[in-house]
Write a protein that binds this ligand. Structure first.
Ligand code: F3S
Length: 410
């Protein structure tokens, strides 16, 4: 792989040990994927920001980079942590996990990370421009960045994202190359798709068909909302390893000549009500009457999603634990709007900086007695079932709210 003279110096250790380590990681990855050179990135989104994901060895590596003077050269945001950094007791997170998380977060802060743990960095100030190269982790954010923003990123792991943040570069391969961004499967949506849960079901079905390819999805309405698009992005990367999608009239690259030409020769996969029902039946593994908690906000809830919970509840009270996972940005806005108090009086708790999958869910479920969860997120339903053996009632926000009001297993 070609390196500039400055990159050679960095690799030789002229700019310090942390930069040298970062360069070694990037050069190794570049060689594996046969990248021709390194390219500058305008931002990084860091996966492995939860101690549950990084493990002790990963957290130690991050601390070592900080101790060796590593500094982030580009805007770097953090993915969700293992706990709400303030409400860890209420979440049932063991103190040891909280303390380890604080140390990891502190190491990232020392290197200059933007102090927000969220999987929707594009709604928290990390919003790359069309065509820019970035190094992001977190599969749902990667699909969103490539597809909706038209930025270019591979799905980075913890070490490579950390290396890119310190070196300000990434190897040029994969989704940074135009030829890998063309459609590989053509999908025609015949069903009416509306609401976050429906977009999750659609994404989950299409992800299973596309696997690690790039779907071209026709038939989506132009008025599709950002909350629906982030759920679609998350679900595509849950049942499959989709890095991006195209949707005419919605995503910026769908109208490019190279994309239009590539789609012409592809076989069409039809998705109708039957396929969406199939997903719902697969992900809905619990009866409403068995549910002990409701979780909304996977991916993290936007302000509009949080407000729609309140609107759907009206003046009814949740008679089960009702959690909305989101960023500190969103919580702050809700507080300023004066709705936090109202939410808490209705039994809805806003949790920040974390998510149920990146938290120590086994400990939490044991401590709070959560064994079946209602959610409108296909991604959350998939991982609660497959990773933690927690059953899910999967349905629209309206249905989840009904479950909360009626009291589930109470
Ligand atoms: Fe975000 Fe966690 Fe879901 S990282 S997409 S809330 S699994």
């Amino acid at each position: 792989m070609y390196l500039t003279s400055e990159e050679e110096k960095a690799l030789d250790g002229e700019f310090g040990t942390a930069v040298q380590t970062a360069m070694k990681i990037l050069v190794t990855i570049g060689d594996i994927f046969e990248a021709d050179r390194l390219i500058p990135v305008s931002s990084v989104h860091m996966p492995g920001s939860s101690v549950v994901v990084s493990g002790r060895a990963g957290a130690k590596f991050v601390r070592r980079m900080a101790d060796e003077g590593g500094l982030f050269r580009v805007l770097t945001t953090l993915n969700p942590a293992a706990t709400d950094l303030e409400m860890w007791r209420e979440m049932g997170v063991p103190e040891e996990v909280y303390r380890e998380q604080l140390e990891l977060t502190e190491a990232y802060r020392r290197m200059g990370a933007v102090d927000v743990h969220t999987c929707i960095p594009y709604l928290a100030g990390n919003t790359p421009a069309y065509g820019s190269d970035v190094a992001w982790g977190e599969s749902s954010a990667v699909v969103y960045a490539n597809s909706i923003l038209g930025a270019r990123t591979n799905r980075e792991g913890g070490p490579s994202a950390l290396a890119s943040a310190v070196a300000g570069r990434t190897p040029r391969y994969g989704m940074h190359l135009e030829e890998n961004r063309v459609p590989t499967v053509r999908v025609r949506v015949g069903a009416e798709v509306e609401g976050v849960e429906a977009y999750g079901s659609l994404g989950y079905y299409v992800g299973g068909v596309a696997e690690d390819g790039v779907p071209f999805i026709e038939g989506l309405p132009r008025g599709v909302w950002i909350d629906e698009l982030k759920m679609l992005s998350a679900a595509l990367a849950t049942s499959g390893a989709v890095p991006m999608f195209h949707a005419p009239g919605i995503t910026p690259e769908a109208s490019l000549k190279v994309v239009r030409e590539a789609v012409e020769g592809l076989e069409v996969v039809e998705v109708g009500h039957g396929e969406l029902r199939e997903v719902r039946e697969k992900l809905c593994t619990a009866d409403a009457g068995d549910v002990s908690a409701v979780c909304v906000g996977c991916p993290h809830a936007s302000v509009s999603e949080a407000l729609s919970v309140l609107r759907t509840l009206g003046n009814r009270k949740a008679n089960l634990m009702f959690w909305i996972f989101t960023s500190t940005h969103v919580k702050h806005v809700l507080k300023r709007m004066g709705v936090l108090t109202k939410m808490s009086s209705l039994g809805v708790q806003i949790l920040c900086d974390t998510c149920p999958i990146l938290a120590p869910m086994k400990d939490i479920s044991e401590s709070l007695g959560v064994d079946a969860v209602a959610t409108n997120s296909a991604k959350l339903a998939h991982y609660l079932n497959s990773k933690y053996g927690i059953k899910t009632f999967y349905g629209s926000l309206e249905r989840c709210v009904e479950v909360a009001v009626s009291g589930g297993r109470r």
